[in-house]
Design a protein around this ligand. Structure first.
Ligand SMILES: Cc1cc2nc3c(=O)[nH]c(=O)nc-3n(C[C@H](O)[C@H](O)[C@H](O)COP(=O)(O)O)c2cc1C
Ligand code: SF4
Length: 514
């Protein structure tokens, strides 16, 4: 064959591949990088064999290891998410590794849970404080706060639609409630220090604006963001150049100047005034109101629990974000070293409320790499009632952990506003993946609960999980985190409630008790 024929034939073949890549909607990478994008899939395919000899192991990459990402991708695509040949973890020597203790015999074992059934929370959000719009969340796994602006419109659409399909809630993030959040999911409206979307022309909180926003969408709860694990105590700056018409109108900010988010709130300046603000929001909207915070100095938490002890005022939920949590962009010192990791921070907060007998009256939510079954089980065992997932949900819609979110050059169209990159992300295809991921995580939580011999992940106790502590030794979560007696366990009324709810909704009881 002549060389010119060979070159011509190759060009035609590559042209055909490029056309197919540009028009298909399943893979954002191929839509954005036709032809050359295939190299990524090829490397993914032969990666395990190559790495076995020359590069890193399955558990080495961070923030999420290859095994963890493979589990999310396979779950999202509804592919086989099992692993063959047994664990490749160094099980007796890996400090901090969790071991869940199954039971051989148990009174009540769930059979295979209907995969499409939601997994309701064990507590009624806002119930203990009598909020007019208190409700039992239908899913213990929900989508964490991520704003339109840090994520693209199609990414927010995919997450919102995915959450709706999975019966989960979607947190708006502090950037305001955008049109992309209006695809059907129940919403948690987040109020950050800049009160985007709910502020007056001076940047102060505006109750009339908040009420308008709440009335315009299926907002089920309000979350006041005090801080975030990846960058606690840090304000933000959105440069004027990045403020599009759309972002300006959603956030309620002018377009002609930089927009600074203060590091602290202006609507309150301490625990006392914060609780007044919480009660005012709850009274005006009827919604449950909570806070989100990373954990550092414990003074704030001690004072909060102390002021809530009289039951006159109080938050309905507390979201504890671990220092290992994600962000669009932050200085390294903050992402690496400011605020406690989730398990340490959450257990201190939970213990503070447990000392005063308040834990059954507050819904505890956790975030910080909890969108993986093992980490989620540890969180439930420590007393979390629900988990929020951010980066794992991003991975379910195509994020490949290239860690360029801060550069506006996200190759998968998830964390960028550049139209040519955003184009690659088909929100409808990715919504199905997000839903499949959320449903699979819930399903695995139910399977682990069954192995432990309980009907719901909230019934796993801190005695059911041990953590590797040095070589050949492990201790229960209760022992490591100083939990007393029955801390981390629901009170009898809540246990009765959730078992009844599950029995009537999912009918998975093997041995009817009545
Ligand atoms: C791109 C991105 C944007 C985020 N934006 C917000 C935000 O607006 N408000 C907030 O409270 N947390 C925000 N977070 C933090 C997440 O909601 C979550 O608390 C944290 O990433 C831990 O969850 P994960 O480990 O599942 O990612 C953001 C995280 C990411 C990755
Ligand atoms: S830049 Fe990389 S890590 Fe960030 S969302 Fe995009 S693919 Fe994921």
């Amino acid at each position: 064959m002549k060389l010119s024929h060979l070159v011509g034939g190759t060009a035609v073949a590559l042209g055909a591949v490029a056309v197919r890549d540009l028009t298909q909607k399943k893979h954002a990478i191929l839509r954005n990088f036709p032809v050359i994008g295939h190299a990524r899939y090829l490397l993914e395919e032969v990666g395990p064999e190559l790495r076995q000899y020359i590069v890193t192991g399955n558990d080495e990459e961070r923030p999420f290891s290859r095994d963890q990402r493979r589990w999310v991708y396979a779950s999202a695509k509804q592919e086989n998410n099992y692993f063959g040949f047994g664990t490749d973890a160094d099980v007796e020597h890996t400090q901090g590794r969790a071991y869940i203790k199954h039971r051989t015999f148990a009174d009540r074992l769930p059979d295979d849970h209907d995969p499409l059934a939601t997994l309701p929370a064990a507590k009624v959000l806002g119930g203990p404080r009598g909020r007019a719009k208190a409700f039992r969340p239908g899913s213990v796994v929900n989508v964490s706060a991520m704003s339109f602006g840090s994520l693209s419109g199609p990414a927010i659409t995919a997450l919102d639609l995915g959450a709706a399909k999975a019966g989960a809630m979607h947190n708006t993030g502090e950037g305001g409630l955008s049109p992309y959040h209006r695809n059907g999911a129940d919403l948690v409206l987040q109020l950050g220090t800049a009160y985007f979307g709910c502020r007056d022309e001076h940047g102060n909180f505006s109750l009339p604006r908040l009420k308008e926003v709440v009335d315009s969408a299926p907002v089920k709860a309000i979350e006041i963001k005090l801080s975030q694990g990846a960058k606690p105590g840090l304000g933000g700056l959105l440069p004027a150049a990045k403020i599009t018409d759309e972002i300006a109108s959603i956030r309620g900010i002018p377009q002609d100047r930089d927009c600074a988010s203060p590091s602290r709130h202006t609507a309150f300046d301490g625990v006392d005034s914060m609780l007044d603000f919480v009660e005012m929001l709850a009274a005006e909207t009827g919604l449950p109101v909570g806070i989100k915070s990373a954990v550092g100095d414990m003074g704030f938490w001690l004072e909060l629990a102390d002021q809530m002890e009289s039951r006159e005022r109080g938050v309905d939920f507390i979201t504890v974000d671990g220092g290992e949590g994600g962000t669009g962009a932050a200085p390294l010192i903050f992402t690496d070293s400011v605020s406690l990791p989730f398990r340490m921070g959450f257990s201190r907060v939970f213990g503070t409320f447990a000392e005063l007998g308040l834990t059954d009256e507050v819904t505890f939510i956790g975030s910080g790499k909890l969108g993986l079954p093992e980490n989620a089980v540890v969180a439930f065992a420590l007393g979390v009632d629900m988990i929020n997932v951010a980066r794992e949900a991003m991975m379910s819609i195509g994020c490949i952990q290239s860690q360029r979110c801060h550069s506006d050059k996200c190759p998968t169209g998830v964390a960028t506003q550049k139209p040519w990159l955003v184009r690659g992300l088909d929100p409808f295809d990715k919504a199905d993946r997000c839903a499949a991921y959320l449903i699979t995580l819930r399903k695995e939580l139910m399977k682990v609960s069954a192995a432990v011999g309980v009907a719901h992940p909230s019934l796993i106790t801190p005695h059911d999980v041990e953590i590797m502590n040095g070589d050949y030794e492990s201790r229960t979560l209760a022992g490591i985190y100083g939990y007393k007696d029955d801390w981390g366990q629901l009170g009898p009324a809540l246990v009765d409630d959730i078992t009844t709810v599950l029995r009537t909704k999912a009918t998975f009881d093997e041995k009817p008790t009545a």
